[in-house]
Design a protein around this ligand. Structure first.
Ligand code: GDP
Ligand code: MG
Length: 163
C-alpha cells in the first residue's frame, strides 16, 4: 500500500538518503548525488541542515543501546550540515543500499560510495534507508509532505537557443 515512501516494488518507491557531515566536509556532495542521478533515480526532496539532537536521536533510535550511539548523534549534529534527500524509482531502497555499500567501508565494494571514498565505519559518508518501513519512518521524520515534489523527469529536456 502507498505511504510517504510511495508503493513498495513500484517506480514510485522512495528512499531517504543523507550525506553525513564528513561527506559535506570532504566536498563529495556532487559526486554522491551524481551516483543516484546517473542510475536514473529522481530527486524528489533535498535540503541542507544541522539536525537537532532530538531529530538525530529519533533517526537512529534503533541503535540507542549500541556503544557508539552517543558518538554517532554527536557526529551527525556537529554543526557541519548534512544533506537530506528523498530519491524515487524502481527498487530504490535496495539499489540505494548497493550504491552506498556496506556499513563498514572496509567490507564495501570498491565501486560503492563507501568503498570508493571511505575507510572508517564512524565516518562512512552517507545513510540510506534499509527497508520500506524505515524509509516511511525516515522520510516522515525529515520532511514535511509539501517538501516532496511530484514531477516527471526529462520534461524540460531541450535547451532553448537564443541568438
Ligand atoms: P547503515 O545502515 O549501513 O548506516 O548502518 P547501521 O544502521 O548499522 O548503523 C548506522 C551508523 O552507525 C553507521 O552508518 C555508522 O556510521 C555507525 N556505526 C555502525 N556501527 C558502528 C560501529 O561499530 N562503530 C562506530 N563508531 N559507528 C558505527
Ligand atoms: Mg541503518
Amino acid at each position: 500500500s502507498k505511504t510517504i515512501a510511495g508503493e513498495k516494488g513500484t517506480a514510485t518507491e522512495r528512499s531517504f538518503v543523507m550525506i553525513k557531515p564528513d561527506g559535506v566536509s570532504r566536498q563529495l556532495v556532487g559526486k554522491i548525488i551524481s551516483r543516484f542521478e546517473e542510475r536514473g533515480y529522481k530527486l524528489v526532496a533535498i535540503k541542507s541542515l544541522t539536525p537537532s539532537p532530538a531529530l538525530a536521536k529519533e533517526h537512529y533510535s534503533d541503535l540507542s543501546a549500541r556503544p557508539f550511539y552517543g558518538g554517532l548523534v554527536k557526529y551527525i549534529t556537529s554543526g557541519t550540515p548534512v544533506v537530506a534527500m528523498v530519491w524515487e524509482g524502481k527498487d530504490v531502497i535496495k539499489q540505494g543500499r548497493r550504491i552506498v555499500g556496506a556499513t563498514n567501508p572496509l567490507d564495501a565494494h570498491p565501486g560503492s560510495i563507501r568503498g570508493q571514498y571511505s575507510v572508517s565505519v564512524g565516518r562512512n559518508l552517507i545513510h540510506a534507508s534499509d527497508a520500506f518501513d524505515s524509509a516511511t519512518k525516515e522520510i516522515g521524520l525529515w520532511f514535511a509532505p509539501e517538501e516532496l515534489s511530484e514531477y516527471e523527469v526529462g520534461q524540460i529536456s531541450k535547451p532553448v537557443m537564443r541568438t
